[in-house]
Design a protein around this ligand. Sequence first.
Ligand code: ATP
Ligand code: MG
Length: 429
Amino acid sequence: MTQSFQKVHALTGMKDVLPDSSAQWESLEAVVREWLAAYGYRNMRTPVLEHTRLFTRGIGEVTDIVEKEMYSFTDALNNEHLTMRPEFTAGMVRATIEHNILYDRPQRVYAMGPVFRHEKPQRGRYRQFHQIDVEALGFAGPDIDAELIVMLGRLWKRLGLSDIRLELNSLGQADERAAHRQALIQYLEQHKDVLDEEARRRMYTNPLRVLDTKNPAMQDMADQAPRLFDFLGEASLAHFQGVCERLQDAGIEYRLNPRLVRGLDYYNLTVFEWVTDRLGAQGTVCGGGRYDGLIELLGGKPAPAVGFAIGVERLLDLWSQGAEQPAAPECQVYMIHQGGQAQRLASTLAESLRDAGLRVIVHAGSSGFKSQFKRADASGALVAVILGDDELASQAASVKWLRGQAASDQPQQETIPLDRLVTELKLKV
Ligand code: ATP
Ligand code: MG
């Protein structure tokens, strides 16, 4: 008796990227690697799974992420509390400390890959999504904050994105935040009647986040609340000024948004977001800022740091609104054959063509010429190489150009002696 198998689907909020759309991912990744290399950033890869306490400490107990979005579980095999990374920074910092890579100089590093947050799926919001994460570790000055922002401006330009704007704020230092916090809690207590349930819950644990509310009924209250920016001392203001001046030098426009805070607890001084109106409600493409206290908080020797994360799905969504990305062809040369001997010759020739740097598919199995031609066409190949009895007898391949011929005076179909096939195709494809 055969047992029926209940079909398995992907998890809610976790998307497959199929071959036709992965081309766009790969071109983005290629652009991004080149862009990061241009500024001296080097790749770093950390595990997807980490100890849960890395994130509860490194992101903050009362943040959205730690409160309700983390994929955490107990590993039944050894009873460890583990979490699928909801962001990169904590893991990058852990690795930096663990391998002591800041001992002799600061480091510019980046990572790309999936992160996991248990959120309500909608456009631009998934449970597995991808980030490009960039961190400048061990740098204190406003020059590096500005460098990060300027380099993002360059990426948007390289991708042809307009309609993406920069919002900037300073969160000052711990003592400034403490003074503001006191004033803010007092203010929130006075306006308790307009606070929603979440705000009331948060007003003592994370009052800054109350100002980040999207609830329309709370906007007026939030607009008039004491602004952290007004509590900044001289040094914090000078740092902010330093960032702004450098942005002006680079011709980058920004808007001071005194209500801008970030979803994570550890930020200080510079925070920023790049936002667009073209993605609906999920318009933040990139968020970042300075986090000078985190390395020490996670057990390292104190060192300043600043970084950002780009949401790849949102960026791709925005990018595809500009130029339609054609699906990448499967190969350049498609080998068609008839008969056992021709098939083996096709495989051997294909290896030589690959030696010459060409991308080649050999039709698998045996079928009629017509269906092989159909496959050749669907593969996106530029040229089909045909080997049958006639070709074997004359030791020459029939070559049919399927699309995009290099020169228009080139014949659509030609015969090329087998011993010249590799050289000629290498020249023409
Ligand atoms: P949001 O306010 O949209 O929830 P966030 O402050 O939680 O964003 P960050 O932690 O700063 O986001 O993550 C950096 C970037 O990752 C965001 O600017 C966004 O582009 C992207 N991002 C965040 N959450 C998701 C998600 N669930 N699905 C897809 N992209 C996301
Ligand atoms: Mg979020």
